[in-house]
Structures are given as structure tokens and as C-alpha cells.
Design a binder for this molecule. Structure first.
Ligand SMILES: NC(=O)c1ccc[n+]([C@@H]2O[C@H](COP(=O)([O-])OP(=O)(O)OC[C@H]3O[C@@H](n4cnc5c(N)ncnc54)[C@H](OP(=O)(O)O)[C@@H]3O)[C@@H](O)[C@H]2O)c1
Length: 250
């Protein structure tokens, strides 16, 4: 188990990609705290399922866009387990629409949840990681940061911002043995993509080199690697995990 003795904090761990990340890190021996906003039932079930497998996890209800709530959640983890070695900023939302008719809330909710949360949690864990001289931070971006998608100006701006934050922070904290990387998923089967999948799954698959949609576990495996000792010389990197979607082949 390559993460034995480590403590991880994952935002948005109740469903989808975040849930698979919680499971993957726990399977590798880490104790895992995770944040959710409203899905208490699935959060409780995840903790119970992991406990059956002798894995330690607990869920914290908080709005990741709110700095005070983020700090309180971090405090709870530190009180319980005394350290946070791994931070995965995964929580994210979409509020798609053309910019010409986008309401200010659709812009600010997406920016504050997706990008603001990365500031909130990176800033919040920095003191403990710096004092322990150890940290692995993994931010979940998206291939949408680099490729134009109609209706996703807010989302793409938030995910591009995450990549910039990742690179700059990596230069700030590398000498303290803290690495900061991003994972950019392609098209993954979760609640977030359900509507698009229902409308155009066949067409999307044709554009993916490996001819299948991604599973949350595909992203979790990449995160688990970046969180491990084996990835200690990788920092400031954006790892695209998209089955070849953005290669442009057909
Ligand atoms: N699915 C894809 O194809 C894809 C592709 C590229 C990037 N991504 C990125 O991957 C990440 C996970 O996506 P997903 O598809 O797994 O999404 P999802 O199934 O919709 O799950 C989103 C998770 O984030 C949590 N969350 C959302 N807003 C929150 C808030 N304000 N405070 C606390 N928790 C919040 C949700 O909590 P509740 O359950 O309580 O609502 C849930 O656990 C996101 O950052 C997304 O942008 C996804």
C-alpha cells in the first residue's frame, strides 16, 4: 500500500470522480477525509462501505467556495488526524450557457466553486504541509481549459485558472517537498456529463482514440499515482487523461 500513514483531503468526494479518488486513496492505505455539499446519504454510504473494508474515511459537509467553511473543514481533519499530506481539489460544477446571455451568478458560481475552492484549500493546508515539509496537491482541471467548447466560457476560465495556479504554486513550494500537479480529464461518465451523454454518446466515442468514455476510476488512478512517493519528481505538470480525445484524430 503506497499511501500507508498518509492523510488525504478530497473535495467533492460524495459522487463521481471524487468518490473514485476517495476509494483509490483509501485502498492505498491513506486515511481520507472528503468534502461534500448536499449528498449526505451517498457520503455516509461511502464511509460505511470503506469501513467494511477496514478503511478509514469521514465526510464533512461544507461549501468549498466559502473560505471560512474550508478553513473549518481543514481544522476538523487536523484535530482528528493531526496532518494533511495529500490535498485533491476535485469539487466542481457546470452552469453552461452562451456568454452573451450568461447571468452574473452563472459566472461567479462556477469561478468561485471550481477555482476559488483551489485557493481556499491550498491556502488552508499550506501551513501544515510546510511545517511537515511534505505535501502532494492535485487539482482537477479539464481538457476544456485548452479547447473551445460553446457555452463553457465560465467553466473553461475556471479550469484554465486552475492550471495557472498549479504551475505558479509548484514554483513557490517545491523546496518544501510539496508537489503541485493538475489532472485534466476528458469525457468521464458521471452525473455532470449525463445530459451530453444522453444526447450524443455515439458521436463523442468516435472522437476518442480508445473508443470509450472515461470512468471515474481512470482519473482516480492518475491521482493516486501523483499522490504517491513515486511521483516525487513531478511538479507543475498537467496530466491529460482523456483516452486520446484531444489528439484530434478520427
Ligand atoms: N465528468 C467529466 O467528464 C469531467 C471532465 C473534466 C473535468 N471534470 C472535473 O472533475 C471534477 C469532478 O467532476 P464529476 O464529473 O465527478 O462531478 P459530479 O459527479 O457532478 O460531482 C461533483 C462533486 O463536487 C461536489 N461539489 C460541487 N459543488 C460543491 C460545493 N460548492 N461545495 C462542496 N462540494 C461541492 C459535489 O457534492 P454533492 O454531491 O454534495 O453535490 C460532488 O461530490 C470537477 O471538478 C469537474 O469539473 C469532470
Amino acid at each position: 500500500m503506497k499511501l500507508a500513514g498518509r492523510v488525504a483531503l478530497v473535495t467533492g468526494g460524495s459522487r463521481g470522480i471524487g468518490k473514485a479518488i476517495v476509494e483509490a486513496l483509501a485502498r492505498e492505505g491513506a486515511k481520507v477525509a472528503f468534502i461534500y455539499r448536499s449528498s449526505k446519504e451517498s457520503a455516509d454510504k461511502l464511509v460505511a462501505d470503506l469501513a467494511l473494508d477496514q478503511r478509514e474515511a469521514f465526510g464533512i459537509q461544507a461549501d468549498v467556495a466559502n473560505k471560512a467553511e474550508a478553513d473549518k473543514a481543514i481544522e476538523q481533519v487536523l484535530e482528528k488526524w493531526g496532518q494533511i499530506d495529500i490535498l485533491v481539489n476535485n469539487a466542481g460544477i457546470i452552469r453552461d450557457g452562451l456568454l452573451a446571455v450568461m447571468e452574473p451568478d452563472a459566472w461567479s458560481d462556477v469561478i468561485n466553486t471550481n477555482l476559488g475552492s483551489c485557493y481556499n484549500f491550498c491556502n488552508g493546508v499550506m501551513r501544515t504541509m510546510m511545517s511537515k515539509r511534505y505535501g502532494r496537491i492535485i487539482n482537477i482541471s479539464s481538457v476544456a481549459a485548452e479547447f473551445g467548447n460553446q457555452g463553457q466560457t465560465n467553466y473553461a476560465a475556471s479550469k484554465g485558472g486552475i492550471q495557472g495556479l498549479t504551475r505558479c504554486l509548484a514554483t513557490e513550494v517545491g523546496r518544501r517537498n510539496i508537489t503541485v500537479n493538475a489532472v485534466a480529464p476528458g469525457f468521464i461518465e458521471t452525473d455532470m456529463t449525463e445530459a451530453v451523454r444522453n444526447a450524443a454518446e455515439g458521436e463523442i466515442k468516435k472522437r476518442i482514440a480508445v473508443r470509450r468514455l472515461g470512468k471515474p476510476e481512470d482519473i482516480a488512478n492518475a491521482v493516486s499515482f501523483l499522490a504517491s512517493e513515486e511521483a516525487s519528481y513531478i511538479t507543475g505538470h498537467v496530466l491529460v487523461v482523456d483516452g486520446g480525445l484531444t489528439l484530434g484524430g478520427i
